[in-house]
Design a protein around this ligand. Structure first.
Ligand code: HAX
Length: 440
């Protein structure tokens, strides 16, 4: 058994008594209340999910297994000559909570290489869907591999007990993760580069191999590693993570779950926002004839967008109440590698003017930029100008966090998810009862 799987197995054994004790002895302890505003408002702030993979503080931003983004980037082992850590080490961290040694990372890397091979029929699916949006191709490719699941036949044959369900889920997850860079790069080259497919190199790490198969030179390998790490997880309640968790809670295998996760990510208020940001900037650029606008001109574009009833893509967040540290990490990459890029200048100018405007408008609870405000510009700089593709990159990264969550969901025996609904009549009756109580 690999060091990763052994370590994970030990961690699971040590963790289970904590969850069991909480359920057995403290199940009735209240952790919050739910208001009508929350029930009708997308469940904002309702505390009803548990994950230990990441935690999102509204003012600090994301921590992965307790580590901030700068800490993750500093502490994890890096490939020789690289600025950004191995994604394989980050996978190890999310699964076990431990910072791996170089040896442990190498072992995950070797395992990924062994599991990389994408079945031929997946390429056929992708070829047949090449006219569709890349997210459709991505989702279909993942679900088409369902027949590779190790979990599903074992479950059907009743070969495993509930406490062991995590084991085949782990195997499925690593098998799927290992294939995602190949699938992503194939979608890109098939759709936008005349099907000129570049083979992978088994000597390369997950991120480095993705950059190679995309056909883009350094430092795109570091960018790929950074991008996948930053987009991996944002605790459980966002649409993609929650969808993956929800579908998996029915004991659907990870191929069904991750395909569903991808479908949720494809919404313009979620993962597709990075595409919308680039579309919006390109539109402004066209109107400006390619020149960088003045501050006042940019303010006018932002106001025009708001007045036409549109949102400013890349700004606002359901939980965060400050600039997203994932935005900051990418901004730092831009300041180092592409400070003079024209689109980066637009992005910086938008950052200068937009928060004040959103505050003045007074609607958005968070006027600050999120991860999507910054991610497209870097891709564009390195030649990935087909912004339809950006959310596929997000989805490859997000799979890392969602799969880590699903493995732990199974390990801790989380049940099928099933919140309770009320009717509008019932809510009105509650209000009526409260009004009567006040009158008496
Ligand atoms: N521009 C203009 N108006 C905005 C806004 C923005 N960027 N963000 C929020 N608002 C508006 C909302 O539309 C809402 O208006 P109505 O009352 O008229 O419906 C009001 O402000 C209150 O919204 P909120 O409570 O601040 O925000 P929500 O939690 O409802 O929504 C969103 C969070 C991220 C969906 C929202 O901020 C948004 O639409 N942003 C633009 C799209 C975007 O960048 N999405 C990516 C988010 C990060 C992510 O998940 N990436 O995958």
């Amino acid at each position: 058994m690999s060091i990763l799987k052994q370590t994970l197995s030990k961690k699971i054994d040590a963790w289970r008594p904590r969850t069991i004790k909480l359920i057995k002895e403290h199940a009735d302890l209240e952790i919050g209340k739910v208001t009508i505003g929350q029930a009708l408002g997308g469940m904002r702030g309702v505390k009803c999910l548990v994950t230990d993979i990441s935690y999102l503080d509204p003012f600090e931003g994301i921590r992965f297994r307790g580590y901030t983004i700068p800490e993750v980037l500093e502490k994890l082992p890096k490939p020789p000559g690289a600025e950004i850590p191995y994604v394989e080490g980050f996978i190890y961290l999310l699964l076990t909570g431990d910072i791996p040694t170089k040896k442990e990372v190498k072992e995950v890397m070797n395992e990924m290489v062994l599991r990389r091979n994408v079945p031929d029929y997946v390429y056929k699916v992708l070829d047949d869907l090449a006219e569709c949006h890349p997210m459709v191709m991505f989702s279909a490719a993942v679900v088409s591999m369902e027949k590779e699941s190790i979990f599903t036949p074992k479950y059907k044959k009743m070969e495993i007990g509930k406490m062991d369900l995590w084991d085949p889920t782990y195997e499925d997850s690593l098998n799927l993760l290992a294939k995602l860079p190949r699938i992503g790069a194939y979608i890109y080259r098939k759709k936008y580069k005349n099907g000129d497919i570049i083979p992978g190199d088994p000597k390369l790490d997950w991120g480095g191999n993705f950059a190679r198969m995309m056909g883009i030179g350094k430092p795109y390998d570091d960018l790929a590693r950074l991008y996948f790490i930053l987009h991996s997880d944002h605790e459980s309640g966002n649409v993609s993570a929650h969808t993956g968790h929800l579908v998996a809670s029915a004991l659907s295998d990870v191929y069904y779950s991750i395909s569903s996760m991808i479908n949720g990510l494809a919404g313009p208020l979620h993962g597709l926002a990075n595409e919308m940001v680039l579309r919006w900037i390109q539109d402004v650029m066209k109107k400006m004839g390619g020149k960088v606008p003045t501050k006042d001109e940019m303010k006018q574009f932002v106001w025009d967008t708001l007045k036409s009833g549109q949102v400013i893509p890349g700004y606002g967040h359901a939980v965060l109440r400050k600039t997203d540290p994932r935005y900051t990490a990418q901004r730092e990459f831009c300041l180092k590698h592409l400070p003079d890029d024209l689109i980066f200048k637009y992005v910086s100018l938008i950052y200068e003017v937009t928060p004040d405007i959103l505050i003045e408008q007074g609607k958005a609870k968070n006027p600050w930029p999120n991860v999507d405000a910054q991610s497209g510009v870097i891709q564009w700089h390195y030649g990935v100008t087909e912004y339809d593709f950006y959310t596929v990159l997000f989805g490859i990264g997000r799979s890392i966090g969602v799969l880590a969550n699903i493995i732990w969901d199974r390990a801790l025996g989380y049940p099928i998810e099933r919140p309770k609904s009320l009717t509008t009549d019932m809510l009105e009756e509650l209000v009526h009862q409260q009004e009567l109580a006040h009158q008496n």
